[in-house]
Ligand binder design. Structure first.
Ligand SMILES: CC(C)(COP(=O)(O)OP(=O)(O)OC[C@H]1O[C@@H](n2cnc3c(N)ncnc32)[C@H](O)[C@@H]1OP(=O)(O)O)[C@@H](O)C(=O)NCCC(=O)NCCS
Length: 198
């Protein structure tokens, strides 16, 4: 199978992400395009979507999977990112290294288990290495079993576990993957990547 990936610019990508998130019942608070633009403006970022045909209408191709990532640095001023970096600084080395944070991502239910998220992850790694990043970090929760299982398959390592005293299912799990030179050789997904810039 060949995966079809689109690499979007900020404005159009933000609209695409807002649109695709509508299909995710499990996300309680969906991101708006404005929020995405606010977060990504002024920092290195990557918006990737995978497209695939509708099962009952192979001629219609729709976005089915997405991944949005941006750089985080030790000097974040924005409160949420400042907090994130503070929680990570003893577990991920920031000094002299570039860290890419995978902020949001997922695959629409009907297209899960078909390799779309792996293809996006591999493309993200290609881009991140080209851009000079050293490590990718991601945050999830204990209760997101599908995501935890997937990150396991994609060879992310747990770097921190933050226990939620009231409910362990809500505990946060931080994972990371170092972008070592041999990583690309291990990639498995055949893909075409189209870059959309206005
Ligand atoms: C997690 C999620 C993104 C996986 O997307 P996907 O397109 O189905 O993933 P892929 O088909 O590319 O699978 C990638 C790898 O993970 C594995 N995998 C996928 N779903 C899995 C699951 N539920 N449990 C264990 N492993 C899983 C696949 O077997 C594959 O491994 P392999 O390539 O070594 O065979 C998707 O299930 C999803 O969107 N879930 C809801 C989002 C969510 O939970 N978000 C929480 C916020 S962090």
């Amino acid at each position: 199978m060949e995966y079809h990936i689109t690499h979007y610019d900020l404005e159009q990508g933000a609209l695409e992400i807002q649109y695709i998130e509508e299909f995710f019942g499990e996300f309680p608070r969906k991101k708006t395009a404005a929020e995405i633009v606010r977060r990504l403006t002024g920092r290195a970022h990557l918006i990737l979507l995978a497209n695939a045909p509708l099962p009952d209408d192979r001629g219609s191709v729709v976005p089915v999977s997405f991944k949005v990532a941006h750089e985080v640095t030790i000097n974040e001023a924005e409160p949420k990112l400042h907090d994130l970096v503070n929680r990570l600084r003893d577990y991920v080395r920031f000094d002299g290294r570039r860290i890419l944070y995978t902020w949001i991502g997922g695959t629409r239910r009907d297209w899960r288990g078909q390799g779309h998220f792996r293809a996006l992850t591999e493309q993200q790694e290609v881009w991140a290495i080209e851009q000079g990043f050293d490590e990718i970090v991601v945050k999830t929760k204990n209760k997101f079993y599908d995501m935890r299982g997937t990150l396991d398959h994609l060879r992310f390592e747990v770097v921190k576990y933050e226990r939620n005293a009231a409910d362990n299912a809500e505990s946060k799990v931080y994972l990371s993957k170092k972008l070592l030179p041999h990583l690309i050789e291990q990639h498995r997904s055949a893909k075409t990547v189209v870059q959309i810039t206005i």
